[in-house]
Design a binder for this molecule. Structure first.
Ligand SMILES: Nc1ncnc2c1ncn2[C@@H]1O[C@H](COP(=O)(O)OP(=O)(O)OP(=O)(O)O)[C@@H](O)[C@H]1O
Ligand SMILES: [Mg+2]
Length: 251
């Protein structure tokens, strides 16, 4: 069942008269680590939301041969921006346990153990009983990351997951993703591919349409980046790896 991966055929998304995505075709193998890059407004979030079937779209999307809604429980999603209602004093542990509380009323010891394990992985184990709204933006992001892992999903869809996190947190999350990507499919949107080039299997260059996709070394070329961003972006090559010039390129 899991060999089929994700198939996207003729995906077009319109917001009113505006075409945000046009005829996107992608075949993503399982497991694989896919990174999506592109300028602001390119349709990256729209692509992820289509894969999750959260927005109306034309075309056909199948995950392991099924409609996304049928297998939503095996997909973990970290949205680009998420509003957690902080009018009520919700605790860190409540946030991490949300995927469980959505399914059942009573938590088992095992659920609590798992939640603590994932909080530890993101370096937030000391905040179990802290108020979520009292955390910094980066700390909140780490807690939300832990929550995304709670259901031990086969597919992870991460929309700019490192936004607001410091460099050490970012590197430890990347290490974690690299480790778990051996048997998961990860689709990750970022504006900074450099720290990910070594773990990325496939990079997708998106600007309303797919400009190019494939291995990092074949796809991250100056010619493709110019098509993508409409500006010259130098690429530094080192053996089979290549980097986009600039330490934290927000292109
Ligand atoms: N709900 C909406 N209604 C109308 N237009 C929308 C809506 N959501 C997105 N758009 C438009 O669709 C285009 C793609 O938006 P999207 O959020 O997918 O871009 P993105 O690549 O994720 O950008 P960013 O890098 O800024 O996150 C943008 O021009 C945006 O203004
Ligand atoms: Mg976005």
């Amino acid at each position: 069942m899991f060999q089929q991966g994700i198939e996207i055929k003729n995906l077009t998304v319109r917001y009113g008269d505006y075409v945000a995505l046009e005829d996107v075709n992608l075949r993503i193998r399982h497991p694989s680590f896919v990174v999506v890059i592109g300028p602001n407004g390119a349709g990256k979030t729209t692509l992820l939301k289509s894969i999750l079937d959260l927005i109306p779209h034309e075309g056909n999307i199948r995950i392991f041969g099924k409609r996304p809604k049928e297998i939503r429980n095996i997909i973990g999603y970290l949205p680009q921006r998420e509003r957690i209602n902080t009018n009520i004093p919700i605790l860190v542990r409540d946030v991490v346990l949300m995927p469980v509380s959505a399914r059942k009323f009573v938590m088992s010891k095992n659920d609590t153990k798992k939640a603590k394990k994932y909080l530890k992985i993101v370096g937030m184990e000391d905040y179990w009983n802290h108020r979520f709204d009292a955390l910094s933006g980066g700390q909140q992001q780490r807690v939300l990351f832990a929550r995304t892992l709670m259901n031990e999903p086969h597919i992870l869809i991460l929309d700019e997951p490192f936004s607001g996190t410091d460099v050490a947190t970012k590197m430890s999350l990347i290490k974690l993703l690299h480790k778990i990507s051996k048997n998961k499919t990860i689709i990750l949107v970022t504006h900074d591919i450099n720290p990910l080039v070594e773990c990325t299997d496939v990079v997708v260059l998106l600007r309303r349409r797919v400009i190019s996709y494939g291995l990092v070394a074949d796809t991250i070329t100056e010619e493709n980046l110019e098509k993508l961003y409409g500006a010259r972006v130098p690429v530094i090559r080192r053996e089979k790896i290549c980097y986009v010039a600039g330490s934290d390129v927000h292109v």
